[in-house]
Design a protein around this ligand. Structure first.
Ligand SMILES: Nc1ncnc2c1ncn2[C@@H]1O[C@H](COP(=O)(O)OP(=O)(O)O)[C@@H](O)[C@H]1O
Ligand SMILES: [Mg+2]
Length: 160
């Protein structure tokens, strides 16, 4: 499997929202999205916009930085939103039930580096970083699993 990647410039909060809401309907049960990048780069913002697109009934999407995991009922599957910043050892994710969520839900994970070798290879990785302006970001999307090829191509054709 070759690693593939694409960089999408996000000029504003609205551009981030558009990318998140365009990715949302592409997601299927068992998909995992890893969100990396420094504090304040927009990982939670991206996850919130994506999750709210898929919710059965609208609700707030708080940052899971204290609870580690927030779960939601989507229209077609459950959604798990995790923030592993405070995780001390990778084994704690087993207690959280996160590994079970990998095939029973759609899972979004901030600070996936905390997973160490438990990082799933089937995931789409999105790394956000600050752009040239206050409100701009760069999103680097990378993946190994072929299932993402066509989906990401569609996103890239519809620039945020
Ligand atoms: N283009 C952008 N995309 C995402 N967030 C942005 C953007 N521009 C400004 N922001 C702001 O940056 C902050 C990102 O915070 P947050 O999503 O909590 O970051 P993280 O989860 O990566 O620590 C929010 O206050 C958001 O409004
Ligand atoms: Mg966050």
């Amino acid at each position: 499997m070759l690693a593939k990647n694409i960089t999408i410039p996000l000029a504003s909060v609205e551009a981030t929202n558009r990318l998140a809401t365009a990715l949302a309907p592409q997601l299927r049960l068992g998909d995992i999205v890893l969100l990396s990048g420094p504090i304040g780069s927009g990982k939670t913002h991206f996850a919130r916009a994506l999750i709210q697109t898929l919710l059965r009934v609208f609700e707030d999407v708080p940052s899971p930085s204290f609870t580690l995991v927030q779960t939601y009922q989507g229209k077609n599957f459950d959604l798990w939103h995790a923030d592993l910043y405070r995780l001390s050892v990778p084994d704690e994710v087993i207690e959280l039930g996160l590994l079970d969520a990998f095939d029973q839900a759609v899972t979004l994970i901030e600070w996936p580096d905390r997973l160490g070798s438990l990082q799933p290879v089937s995931a789409l990785s999105i790394t956000l970083c600050q752009g040239d302006e206050d409100q701009s970001r760069l999103a680097d999307l990378s993946w190994q699993d072929d299932k993402w090829d066509a989906r990401i191509k569609e996103l890239a054709n519809d620039p945020a």
